[in-house]
Design a protein around this ligand. Structure first.
Ligand SMILES: [Zn+2]
Length: 370
């Protein structure tokens, strides 16, 4: 009898799950280099602590482009069709019965990585390092370039009235910039170098400026990207990398009384920059790795020891969303100039084709579902 009840319950649950299979239009990476914009069925149930969000903006990240062009990032391989995108903002359409801080109609942005266990990392507050973390658009987890998503309310943040949905979708990359400056513990009056003027490099620049950085050298091979960096603030000093390593070192030393910078942030993911990063640092300087090189890099350890360089690494972020949103709302950070392109949802495939081989000054490309 008891067995029978349990079986019936299981059957009812399964049936309910089928009913909850939500069909919606989505941008799907079918396989490497093959995208389609089509109807997609997703199994998502609104739990008591969840909210449902109508997606309005999604940024295209370097990782999305990488999955599109290469079909994998390190151990993460796209084996089944996967919806791309993890930098999102939208409007709440449903709330679970336990949700107190959000209501239908609220404009929100969402943190894409959800820790799944009471691991050591989770308990210590480094939930980004939880071994079972589920992160949008990282196989096999679907992303959010789609009409709606169900997400834990605890990882969903209300946007203040003066922060737009487009800015809300920039909070995700900005959180990485915040994680980087948190690691570096920058102080007012410090000088920093950022290698790589892509979205993440520029987010580090924005975050470092809020800490009172005196000068920030930005190194990149693209003059167009450097021009965007320069326009952020007069304290930004662009350095064109194509003039060679020696000229980069010379420029930084010349403008720091021969001392070098207190902090170097690596945000290009280029393996080659490691040939000169230590040369840019002042004694007891800090080196923060944010970019992800596609192959192992070699580093002159003795050179680093002679300066007692401290090294840090950054993997996504933890506890940075509220700070990032508050900084935008307070006018401390302006992410708007970095949103260089916006495509309509119907043009999502074109957006990715453009992102994979961009022309002209491009920083952040967003897809609008508004
Ligand atoms: Zn991203």
């Amino acid at each position: 009898m008891r067995y029978c009840i349990e079986q019936t319950r299981a059957l009812a649950k399964a049936l309910l799950r089928v009913l909850e299979m939500i069909g919606m239009k989505a941008l799907v990476l079918e396989q490497q280099m093959k995208l389609s914009l089509r109807e997609f069925k997703i199994e998502e149930t609104l739990g008591d602590g969840d909210v449902e969000i109508a997606i309005k903006r999604v940024g295209i990240c370097g990782s999305d482009i990488h999955y599109y062009t290469n079909g994998k990032i390190g151990p993460f391989v796209v084996k089944e069709p996967m919806i791309l995108g993890h930098e999102g903002a939208g409007v709440i359409t449903r709330v679970g019965s336990d949700v107190k801080h959000l209501k239908v109609g609220d404009r929100v942005c969402m943190e894409p990585g959800i820790p799944m266990s009471f691991s050591k990392s989770m308990k210590e507050g480094h939930y980004n390092l939880d071994p079972d973390v589920r992160f949008w658009a990282t196989p096999p987890i679907h992303g959010i370039t789609r009409e709606s998503v169900i997400h834990p309310a605890g990882f969903t943040y209300k946007l203040p009235d003066n922060v737009s949905l487009a800015e809300g979708a920039m909070v995700e990359p900005l959180a990485i910039g915040f994680q980087a400056i948190h690691k570096a513990q920058i102080f007012s009056g410090d000088t920093a170098v950022v290698t790589g003027a892509g979205t993440i490099g520029l987010m580090i620049v924005l975050a470092a400026l809020t800490q009172g950085c005196r000068k920030i050298f930005v190194v990149d091979i693209s003059a167009e990207k450097l021009a965007i960096a320069k326009a952020i603030d007069p304290r930004v000093i662009p350095i064109l990398a194509s003039n060679g390593n020696e000229s980069i070192i010379k420029e930084v030393l010349l403008q720091t009384n021969g001392q070098g910078a207190e902090v170097v942030f690596e945000a290009s993911g280029s393996a080659a920059v490691n040939e000169y990063l230590i040369d840019l640092l002042a004694p007891a300087g800090k080196l923060v790795y944010v970019g992800m090189p596609s192959r192992p890099v070699s580093l002159d350890v003795v050179k680093a020891q002679a300066k007692e360089v401290s090294m840090y690494t950054v993997f996504r972020y933890a506890n940075m969303y509220e700070r990032a949103i508050a900084s935008i709302a307070a006018g401390l950070i302006d992410v708007k100039p970095l949103i260089t392109h916006t495509f309509a949802f119907d043009q999502a495939i074109e957006a990715y084709e453009f992102a994979a081989s961009p022309s002209g000054p491009v920083v952040k490309i967003q897809i609008s579902l508004e």
